[in-house]
Design a protein around this ligand. Sequence first.
Ligand code: NAP
Length: 374
Amino acid sequence: MFVLLKMLQYHGFQALGFLCISLTSLGLYFLFVYKNTEYPLLTLALWVSTIFLLQRRIARGRTCAEVNTTGRMRGKTVIVTGGNSGLGLETSRSLYRMGAHVIMACRDPRRAQRAADDIRRASVSDGGQLTLLSLDLASRKSIEVFAGDLMKREGFRLDILVNNAGIADAPYGHTEDGWETLFGTNHMGTYYLTHLLLPLLLASKGRVVNVGSAGMILFLPLQNAHTLDLASIAKVESESHYHSRRQYAYSKLCNAIHAQELQKCYGDRGLTAVCVHPGNVISPMSLGFNRRLFAVSDSVNALMAKTILPLVCQTAVEGAQTTLHCCLHDVVGGGYYADCMLMPGHVPHVTFIGSRGERGLTLSELTNSLWKLQ
Ligand SMILES: NC(=O)c1ccc[n+]([C@@H]2O[C@H](COP(=O)([O-])OP(=O)(O)OC[C@H]3O[C@@H](n4cnc5c(N)ncnc54)[C@H](OP(=O)(O)O)[C@@H]3O)[C@@H](O)[C@H]2O)c1
């Protein structure tokens, strides 16, 4: 019940609800109107197009107010992890168009190059710059090389770190540092990257925007008073204890709590940290999930992405709006945002326990200790 009430506050789920109402109204139309009207096809066409337009309007969600302001980001440097695909690509594109120096931090140089070429070809920028840097969040070494490179650059200023990269599904396995792949990428890697870049972010009184997900609450009610043992989640020692959706939900919950803790620790030094839920977005990630869930072929999946899904989901451009809102506007530090709005009370309170059963430790204390950081 708690989960349902929370979920209904997201516009993606409202779009799903509206679709049910639309289909019911269409059924009622056939029952009561179609046979009794003089112009059945005309009224049907009007009915369907009205429903379609309303449905699309609800699914699209809000647009970030300043997203097309020329030169709005001139002089700002933003790192977008996973900038080559889906939401990250559209976030990079918009920031570049508004004049930012966008550092696209991607794990595959060829995909990154293709994305950067696409952005440059299709966008006119007011002084924007694109830099491609290699970053694999599933590798401590890669994160250190990435951060080390930026820290060494003389006079380098970092204004915003958009922690966007993530995976939603992975077969049971571990990163080279021993973390379960999904959690290791989404939380452990993101956390470590932010930790290494903190001196730069503090120097500029910068901003951290974590891309989370409303799905973070899905597995909590089953937990004993929302108690999480971080070490077990980070390592998942046996395959029988592995559940990819649960790992994803936990990793996204950690993204949200990470933003809150950053704000608490460094807010008085000028840092602003927030977490966003982008919406239900049509992207390579969600399409991959779709393909497995409905066991459909690539062509059926692609057809769904162009026909049915836009009725209840956002495009990547629409989904990037909340991230952009949090980059461009004044935001409440530690806040959780969806559909370009603050969503108070949406991040559940969680008690973390240490490996020896200690209680009351923060997520940062536990993650630092897993990474063996000071
Ligand atoms: N789509 C949705 O409906 C939805 C809903 C809620 C939250 N989100 C969140 O939104 C974010 C972006 O997702 P998306 O939908 O845009 O998915 P996407 O198109 O699959 O993009 C994910 C990006 O993360 C990168 N990535 C994955 N593993 C990485 C690693 N180890 N190191 C560096 N980069 C890595 C991917 O690189 P490659 O291209 O090389 O794989 C890709 O660029 C994710 O954090 C996701 O959890 C999405």
